[in-house]
Write a protein that binds this ligand. Sequence first.
Ligand SMILES: Cc1cc2nc3c(=O)[nH]c(=O)nc-3n(C[C@H](O)[C@H](O)[C@H](O)COP(=O)(O)O)c2cc1C
Length: 230
Amino acid sequence: MAYIFNGTSYVCVDDFHQAAKNIIPKAALGYLEAGAEEEITLRDNLNSYNKYLINPRLLVDITSIDTSSYILGHKVSMPISIAPTAMHRLAHDQGEAGTARAAYKAGVAMCLSSYSTVSIEDVAESCHFKGVRFFQLYFNKNREITANLLKRAKANGYLAVALTIDTQVVGIRRADEHNKFSLPPIHELANFKWKPLSEVFHFPFDIQFYYALCEAFFRTKQMKMPRAPT
Ligand SMILES: Cc1cc2nc3c(=O)[nH]c(=O)nc-3n(C[C@H](O)[C@H](O)[C@H](O)COP(=O)(O)O)c2cc1C
């Protein structure tokens, strides 16, 4: 099914990607689409999808198809969640509010980044406090900041927290260096209005806390923790 906008038809994700290249300013596009260093992992991630093949089930009655599923006990139209990515307003003025509305309309889940350019509250309001919404947390070294984020996420109907543990340092991103990309003014990181940049970023990780949390998680699941940090 094609999506027609301003006379152009879009039939696949790549069509939107190509259109974005013509609309989004170069430095912002570099941040959004480039990976770190030689982009080996980025290419591997994309290529890994080619390993999945559709295995058609033959002679099956398809008059009524239901792709709906459950994510953490909440019904979704298909088993898809939009991953947390920072700063959607770099790509479109509506930012994360537009993403959340689209996810809600499509009946899929969305995870809002801590570093969003629309606040926790405004994103919730944009879809009338409905939808399957999760909140991604960078655990700030100042626990008051973290507690504030979590309270606001809970009060605004975010159903779960996705705790990011893999961004101890930011990769060397060549596109950002070439384009002299810099973060937008701090008030645009909407969840931390008026806080200095040094307070907003979570580096270095509160590793003791993460470790305790992971241990507790594996204990409740009665699983062995895979590997202790050194
Ligand atoms: C532009 C961009 C911004 C991102 N921002 C965040 C973020 O704020 N928080 C986070 O936990 N992950 C962030 N990610 C990581 C994504 O959520 C996701 O884990 C990553 O793109 C890998 O997804 P894949 O394994 O499905 O390819 C970001 C990724 C991109 C490309």
